[in-house]
Design a protein around this ligand. Structure first.
Ligand SMILES: Cc1cc2nc3c(=O)[nH]c(=O)nc-3n(C[C@H](O)[C@H](O)[C@H](O)COP(=O)(O)OP(=O)(O)OC[C@H]3O[C@@H](n4cnc5c(N)ncnc54)[C@H](O)[C@@H]3O)c2cc1C
Length: 397
């Protein structure tokens, strides 16, 4: 057994020893609020373990960040501190295991990353060397430009001598994955209500009795909030930063041009197994524009704006690739990143609201498979799993 597998097993074996609170919740109707990648996977893991579950979304599945994400499953640079890195490594294993249940479109060929600016490139190299000191093996290496070129003939790596190669990374077709999980959730007897907007909690003696929605009242004593950028608003909390937008382009399927996730200057690119090329900008809107975009639109106000941004992103990408000839952009969307105040995932019970559990994070695509397994275990076995202790909402007071 290699060191990586060994230490991961140790981590996993340590989990069941978490503190248990007694009574299990299998017969409770658990309501999951938000049908993004996290809510859908949590609902699925709960029903698979024998719970009664209702999944609601104010719009429809994948209508939030998950449906407008670049969908890179990553566990390497810059996942800090170590607890976050380890959770992300376990996240990759959890996807591998979930792939036995679902035929997801995931290309597991790793990622190649470099920067144009020398200071950023220097930082990348330093960060990788730092990550390599972690107690568990992190599968990231610095490879030469010629090695990278052999892997990715359609990409120019400029004058950089070293390229970061994160071998275990993959890219998912998230919308398709959510559809698959959602379908199986319903086949297993799960109840979905879309559109259905959570409005408020009804509590009695500090415990949840039911939740109020725009479709009526749902009886429950356990609610899981996987509601992304609306978490603070839904629960009256103050644990998130202002969400930042990112533009995602999806092309019509073409012949194979990219093997790996290309994290180049200004733009990320990957190509799904079905031939669709996905491009995501790295920068996002300037802060002054974010104020103007208070309604968090997922589309542009006009075709002209959409065309202008599409061309900008493709032209940036063309500076380091020859794989974007004769493409047709089928979809342009704006996604809003759920951002915890300290950028570290927020996972756990809310102390002052008995029966309320929160799951909110950036890198939610990377973490959904592991986090949903752990959350369902915490809820149904009514315990605390130690590996999640680093991510509790209680750190915000
Ligand atoms: C441009 C972009 C690129 C990204 N790239 C990556 C990447 O490469 N890798 C990665 O790991 N992560 C990436 N992310 C982040 C990732 O997409 C998110 O962390 C993840 O999708 C969060 O999933 P979620 O299920 O928590 O939230 P969401 O997908 O936003 O789902 C939340 C759902 O809750 C619903 N909801 C909210 N309030 C209510 C209410 N009151 N009642 C009912 N329903 C409600 C919403 O309608 C929504 O559907 C990216 C994000 C963006 C925007």
């Amino acid at each position: 057994m290699d060191r990586r597998t060994f230490t991961k097993l140790i981590g996993l074996l340590a989990m069941p020893s978490g503190k248990s609170f007694g009574k299990t919740l299998k017969n409770t109707n658990i309501v999951v609020i938000g049908a993004g990648i996290l809510g859908t996977m949590i609902a699925y893991e709960l029903i698979k373990r024998g719970s009664r579950v209702t999944l609601i979304d104010k719009n429809y599945p994948a209508s939030g960040a998950s449906g407008n994400s670049f969908s890179w499953i990553n566990a390497t640079y810059p996942k800090k501190p170590y607890s976050y890195n380890l959770l992300s490594q376990l996240g990759i294993d959890a996807y591998r295991s979930l792939e036995k249940e679902f035929h997801f479109d995931i290309k597991w060929n790793g990622s190649l990353e470099w920067f144009k600016q020398s200071s950023q490139q220097k930082n990348l190299v330093a960060e990788i060397n730092e990550v390599k000191k972690y107690p568990t093996f992190t599968p990231v290496d610095l490879i030469s430009k010629s090695e990278a070129k052999r892997m990715e003939p359609n990409v120019y790596f400029g004058n950089k001598k070293q390229i970061a190669y994160s071998k275990s990374d993959g890219a998912l077709d998230t919308v398709q994955a959510i559809q698959m999980i959602q379908n199986k959730f319903e086949r297993l007897g799960g109840e979905s209500i879309f559109p259905c907007e959570f409005l408020k909690l009804n509590q009695q003696n500090g415990k949840i009795k039911s939740i109020e929605t725009n479709q009526g009242t749902i009886e429950t004593n356990q609610a899981v909030f996987a509601s992304g950028i609306n978490t603070d608003k839904n629960l009256g909390l103050n644990i998130s930063s202002t969400p930042t937008p990112g533009i995602i382009l999806r092309t019509a399927p073409v012949d194979n041009r990219f093997n790996r996730i290309i994290v180049g200057p200004g733009v990320h690119i990957h190509q799904q197994k079905d031939g669709v090329i996905v491009l995501g900008e790295q920068g996002g809107a300037p802060l002054t524009h974010i104020d103007r975009l208070k309604e968090r639109p997922s589309i542009f106000p006009s075709k002209e704006f959409e065309q202008m941004h599409t061309e900008r992103i493709i032209n940036t990408a063309k500076k380091f690739t020859s794989g974007l000839e004769n493409i047709h952009v089928n979809q342009v969307s704006i996604g809003w990143r759920p951002l915890p105040k300290d950028r570290i995932p927020i996972i756990g019970r809310i102390k002052k609201m008995q029966g309320v559990y929160v799951s909110m994070m950036h890198s939610g695509i990377s973490l959904a498979a592991i986090v949903s397994k752990l959350i369902s275990e915490e809820l149904l076995e009514n315990k605390n799993i130690p590996i999640l202790d680093h991510f509790r909402p209680s750190r915000f007071g």
